[in-house]
Design a protein around this ligand. Structure first.
Ligand SMILES: [Zn+2]
Ligand SMILES: [Zn+2]
Length: 360
């Protein structure tokens, strides 16, 4: 973002941004983490990639004519004015009036504006109802012949076209991360197409759900031995489960969520855990407070899956060692149940209790 000034045409504005760019070095990392947390960008190795949500936001802003928010010019402009204030050539009141006017003006443009149903793209997979063509617009994926359609944004999360292709072709997709409940808590879920062809959440079998049917593991490759009973562990839609944890016997209770603290856990990672007792260092777990952290998943003494935290590198910015920083260093045991919201809460709560039994 230091380089954002290069995108600004006007010489004076570019000059004003040359020292600061967008944000300061101290706030830059936070801005990026914030964008990741709100699902505007994804981190892929060293790359930051915009998500469908980001593309939709820019599409909407351009349609509303709120171009100020789509380019670094606005920040350049403000940096320039802040400089002027610093040198006493611009009164503070004038700057604040400008901010209020601009905000009011942009809000009214958005209120008045409308977004046309421009076609973004055509899906490769035909309509599951009539075989017609399914097209994506700003709001929906919609068949051009019949009434089949799927909302693009569900529980504050926008579907990517590839996800809808999979959903239509295979009748289910996921688990997908990044949904938000009404009170803003993140959760993960499978999404499936009902026989009536509506998209619906599927949380898999809930803990304590005794009515669960017998699961058929035939045709699946076991990922490794169960740490509790030595049975075979298989991949299921929402969790990795021991073959003996399902009907008819149910004499084991080993299961580990396929998404833990908003991070999908890949079959390869569970394979390594089952074989060696520990995964590689895994990144991008998100704590309850929304902070990303890295940890190993380990086989705890009782056979459940727990966290072991990486030794923290000393940071250059001084930060008081708050409770969280302490907790993230403390290995704790954390059972992974299937219910996403309560699990996140429980994991976070456990992570705060000081020094439990050491994970094996
Ligand atoms: Zn159709
Ligand atoms: Zn087992």
């Amino acid at each position: 973002m230091e380089g954002a000034g290069k995108l600004v045409e006007d010489e004076e504005l570019r000059e004003a941004m040359s020292e600061k760019g967008l944000g300061t070095p101290a706030t830059r990392a936070q801005i990026i983490e914030g964008l990741i947390y709100e699902d505007y960008i994804h981190r892929s190795g060293r790359e930051l990639q915009p998500t469908p949500k980001a593309s939709s936001l820019l599409f909407a802003l351009r349609h509303f004519g709120v171009n100020e928010l789509c380019s670094p010019e606005l920040t350049g402009n403000w940096e320039f004015k802040l400089k002027q204030m610093e040198h006493g050539t611009l009164p503070r009141i004038e700057f604040m009036e400008h901010i209020v006017d601009l905000t009011r003006e942009m809000v009214s443009r958005i209120k008045r504006g409308d977004i046309p149903d421009t076609v973004f793209r055509t899906l490769k997979t035909p309509c599951p109802k009539c075989g017609g063509t399914v097209q994506e617009n700003y709001r929906k994926f919609k068949c051009q012949k019949c009434d089949f359609s799927i909302w693009k944004v569900v529980s504050s999360r926008e579907f990517a076209p590839e996800e809808i292709e999979t959903l239509i072709a295979k009748r289910s997709v996921g688990p997908l991360t990044g949904f938000r409940s009404r009170v803003g808590k993140p959760f993960a879920a499978m999404v499936r197409l009902t026989p009536e062809l509506r998209a619906e959440f599927d949380f898999g079998r809930q803990a304590g759900d005794d009515a669960a049917e017998k699961v058929d593991f035939s045709g699946l490759t076991p990922l490794g031995p169960c740490p509790k009973c030595g049975g075979r562990v298989f991949e299921q839609p929402m969790a990795y489960v021991c073959e003996n944890s399902v009907l008819p016997t149910r004499r084991c209770d080993f299961r580990s969520g396929r998404v833990i603290l908003q991070r999908p856990v890949e079959p390869e990672e569970i394979k390594k855990l089952l074989a060696t007792g520990k995964t590689d260092l895994l990144h991008r777990f998100i704590s309850r407070k929304g902070r990303p952290f890295s940890a190993f998943l380990v086989r705890a003494a009782d056979g459940n899956v727990g966290f072991e935290f990486a030794p923290r590198a000393v940071k250059s910015t001084p930060r008081s060692p708050g409770r969280n920083a302490q907790a993230e260093r403390t290995p704790t045991r954390a059972k992974t149940e299937s219910k996403p919201r309560t699990r996140a809460k429980r994991l976070a709560n456990r992570a705060r209790t000081p020094r439990n039994k050491q994970a094996a």
